[in-house]
Design a protein around this ligand. Structure first.
Ligand SMILES: CC(C)(COP(=O)(O)OP(=O)(O)OC[C@H]1O[C@@H](n2cnc3c(N)ncnc32)[C@H](O)[C@@H]1OP(=O)(O)O)[C@@H](O)C(=O)NCCC(=O)NCCS
Length: 190
């Protein structure tokens, strides 16, 4: 191994057929982020109506999606035809007096779903956040009918904690959420 480039946790996962890489947002990715804001249903069940399509450019100009308490990384698959495969978000929350945790989210473009990318990307993000921040807990919420994300989170090392009743208003009704977590000491599947 080249000692000038030691392994970096949570950036790259190599498999025989593909490499999943997390990287910062670049200007060319803004087109995908704008699509997520204005194409109904492209983000899946999290679609909550049209959003400001200029917001991604503003956020990119502000901090490149790399804030202290909220951020986002691009999911890149190599070798890829072109462009990003999706987007991961992380947001800091706090339960106890001084117990910050992360809540993560993911959306892959439809052409990249169901190909073993999502769980690897989410597992990478956990390794990345556990490596670079002292958080003990990473949580993720999903919907009762989102079996793909439920299974993806389990494969990424998360465990189901329970049902959060009526936590989101979506598609005309208040709906329950399923809350998952991965703790620092839970084994990484990567
Ligand atoms: C949810 C999402 C991130 C999952 O990523 P993915 O790459 O498609 O799925 P993975 O390859 O990680 O799948 C993991 C497991 O889920 C299963 N799975 C994938 N798609 C599925 C589907 N539509 N229905 C049921 N199971 C599914 C896979 O078979 C795999 O399980 P297995 O290894 O036991 O076969 C991705 O589909 C996506 O971006 N969906 C739209 C946005 C979204 O729903 N985000 C989460 C919001 S809470």
């Amino acid at each position: 191994m080249d000692s000038s480039h030691p392994p970096v946790a949570g950036i790259v996962h190599e498999a025989p057929d593909s490499t999943v890489r997390l990287r910062p947002v670049a200007e060319d990715d803004l087109a995908m982020l704008r699509r997520f804001a204005v194409e109904p249903g492209l983000v899946g069940l999290d679609w909550a109506g049209f959003r400001d399509a200029a917001a991604p450019a503003r956020r990119f100009a502000e901090d490149g999606y790399l804030g202290e308490r909220t951020g986002g990384l691009i999911v890149q698959v190599e070798p890829a035809q072109s462009g990003p495969a999706g987007f991961l978000s992380y947001l800091q929350g706090q339960y106890g007096g001084r117990a910050p945790y992360w809540e993560i989210g993911i959306v892959l473009l439809p052409e990249w779903r169901g190909r073993g990318i999502g769980w690897r990307a989410q597992a990478l993000l956990c390794d990345y956040l556990f490596s670079h921040t002292p958080a003990q807990r990473i949580q993720a919420g999903t919907h009762a009918e989102n079996t793909a994300e439920q299974r993806s989170l389990e494969k990424a090392g998360f465990r189901l904690e329970g049902v959060v009743r009526a936590c989101e208003f979506r598609a005309g009704a208040w709906r329950d959420g399923w809350l998952y977590s991965r703790l620092r000491d839970d084994p990484s599947p990567l």
